[in-house]
Structure formats: C-alpha cells, structure tokens
Design a protein around this ligand. Structure first.
Ligand SMILES: [Zn+2]
Ligand SMILES: [Zn+2]
Length: 369
C-alpha cells in the first residue's frame, strides 16, 4: 500500500464525519440523498477498519500526523472550483470492486476558468484558438491564416471567397451530425448546471491499463474542470470544434472542459510555433489534477526535467511534495499533453450531471471509448 493510498484512507474518516454532521443534500435527487445517508455509517466503518489495517503495516505514519495534511481532498482544488464540500460515498469501480469514492461537484462553467475563447475566428485574420490537426502535416496549430490555407490545400473548405470562416453552433445542428460540410464549431456556454465526479478513495490497479483515446474521461483538473482525451477528428466528421489557447472549450450541451493540461500548454504552443498565449499560469512541475482512477496528475517535469522512467501511461512511482512516494501521472510535451492510458479502475458513473439530464457526457466505459 503506497503513501497516497494511506493518506487518502486517513483522510476518509474526518470527511465522513463532516458529511454526517452537515447532512448536505443540496442539488441531489431524492434517491441519491437516501443512498448517501444510508451509506454513511457503512463507509465510516469501512474507512476506519481499512485505515486501521494500513496503520498496522505502516511503521512511520499514524493518523495524528496525517490528519489535517490532506483532510479534505477538496483542499487541493483551487478556491471556488468545487460548489460543495467533498463527500465520501459508496461506489462501484469498473473492475466490480465495491468501495468508497470521493464525490466532488463543480459548476458547468466554474468561476475559476479565466479563459473564454477566442475559439473560431470570424475571418482568416482574426484572433482565434488552436487545434490538434490529425490529417496530413499533423500537429498543434493556431487557427490562423496559415492553418486555413493548409486546410484548403488539403481539400477542407472552411473559408469562403471573402476570407470568412464558416462557424456553426453544434447544438443547433445536433450532436453526432455526420454532415461532411466543413465548419468551425463553437458551442454556447451554459453555466446553470453541475457536473458531479467520483474518484476512488483508494486507487485500484487494473490488470491492463485502459487506453485514453478520443473523448475518453481522463480526470478532474484542480480548477474543477473535467479533462477529456483527444477531441473528435475533423477528417472524420467535417466540423472542427476549436479549442481556446489553453486547450479547453464548451461542449455542445454547454459545459466547459479541457482537452489539454492547461498548466504547461505554452511549451507545446511555443514549440509548435502557434502564436497564441494561454492565460492560465504555467507551472511545468505543479500538481494539476486527479485522474479518474484517483491517482494525481502533475506537470510534465519533476526536479527540473522530464522523468526518464515513465511507463506507457506517462506515470511512475516517485516522491511527491503532496503525497510522498506514490504512483502518479505526468503531463507530456506531446499534443495533447495528457496521459495516454489509465492504470487504475475508475468508478461506474464517474461523471454525471445531477441537475441536467441533457448534459452530453462521454460514457468513459471500456478501453478506447
Ligand atoms: Zn471537447
Ligand atoms: Zn513524477
């Protein structure tokens, strides 16, 4: 059992007590409230006994020294990122394990998000966002005149004779539209609902890592914004769902999400010659979020360099400032800069929207989805 696991376990008990005391039930359906309340005692007992077991096989850590160090998982998040206190709830992991998860809730448009476009330029000369092109000459590009010229050369016509870009709100044409017309997609933000996330309190490794490919669920950033894998291919679908300079954009159903780790994207942009600036503070070694298996995600560097011992998922076991020696992921300098796979099990229902049944969320189930 690693240090991070122990910290999460010891963090679980005070969290449960707080949860029981507050009886928080805001924005939760009746079914969920009763499940939460019924499960509180059980999870408290489980956490206590498991924590006690981990104490026995640990000679150097006890509850007193770690309580208050981690305390509430929510403490790692940026102020305002979460709209409710983190709770510990019963959950089932994708490997069938019945366990406990942290339940975190964030706004569909968190106040911590300081970037809001530009995404699609109105004309070839206007300021715009970025895209990871997957056709000929693949790579990270600013959506500038050179990019649109390259698109035209490759047979993709986004621009009319006057230099105006075709721009479409994907909500207006319907999700999954298979039209072949080329258009820059820019959805309308809707900050009126919430996304709810489950993170295992104790990461459990899968027999085989799960690939994190197109629109797969990667994790939750410390700003409360969910992180997905690659955005859909333009070559396949015709539409180009432009990203802002930090690698995020609005889903057709209105919520903001990342397709990059924003805290180190500027290196990628600079290396690609994309003349745009991400306004999110850049720190290539910072803790940036948690993958949906419960392991932490850091920037691409550690002790001043990219670690040399990363596995296929861009993770390794080494010492961290926050959690001691434990498995964790690193962002990369590839584009997108996210872990390519996930070693641990995520929860069934990892990502949901309790107050908006129409939110379009990737299922996150199974490899490659
Ligand atoms: Zn997206
Ligand atoms: Zn590391």
């Amino acid at each position: 059992m690693n240090q991070f696991t122990r910290l999460l376990l010891t963090a679980a008990l005070p969290l449960v007590l707080i949860t029981a005391a507050c009886g928080s039930s805001d924005n939760v359906s009746t079914d969920e409230v009763s499940t939460d309340e019924a499960s509180t005692d059980t999870s408290s007992t489980d956490a206590t006994s498991t924590a006690a077991e981990s104490e026995t096989d640990s000679s150097d850590t006890d509850t007193d020294t770690t309580t208050g160090t981690v305390g509430d998982l929510g403490l790692w998040f940026v102020d305002g990122a979460l709209t409710a206190d983190a709770e510990v709830v019963d959950c089932t992991l994708e490997n069938g394990s019945e366990t406990t998860c942290y339940q975190l809730q964030a706004s569909s448009l968190p106040s911590t998000v300081t970037t809001d476009g530009p995404y699609c330029p109105e004309t070839v000369g206007d300021e715009a966002g970025i895209w990871v092109w997957d056709g000929n000459d693949p790579g990270l590009y600013a959506l500038d005149a050179d990019f649109w010229a390259m698109m035209s050369e490759q047979g993709y016509e986004f621009v009319d004779g006057d230099g105006n870009i075709s721009i479409t709100d994907p909500a207006a044409v319907g999700a999954g539209s298979s039209g072949t017309a080329n258009s820059c997609l820019e959805a309308t933000a809707d900050g009126s609902f919430h996304l709810e996330v489950l993170l295992p309190t104790v990461p459990e490794d899968l027999d085989e890592p799960t690939s994190l490919s197109t629109i797969s669920q990667v994790g939750l950033a410390l700003d409360g914004v969910t992180i997905f894998g690659d955005a859909p291919s333009v070559a396949d679908r015709g539409g180009l769902p432009a990203l802002d300079a930090c690698g995020g954009h609005i889903d057709p159903s209105g919520y903001y999400h990342w397709h990059f780790g924003a805290e180190s994207i500027q290196t990628n942009l600079d290396e690609a010659g994309a003349a745009v600036t991400c306004e999110v503070a850049q720190d290539v070694e910072a803790l940036v979020g948690f993958a949906y298996d419960g392991y932490a995600i850091y920037g691409p560097e550690e002790d001043g360099a990219v670690p040399s011992d990363l596995d296929e998922c861009s993770g390794h076991v080494s010492d961290t400032d926050e959690f001691g020696e434990t498995y964790h992921y690193h962002l990369s300098y590839d584009s997108p800069n996210l872990p390519a796979c996930r070693v641990g099990a995520s929860a069934v229902g990892t990502l949901s929207s309790p107050d908006n049944p129409n939110a379009s969320l990737p299922s996150g189930e199974g490899p490659g989805r």
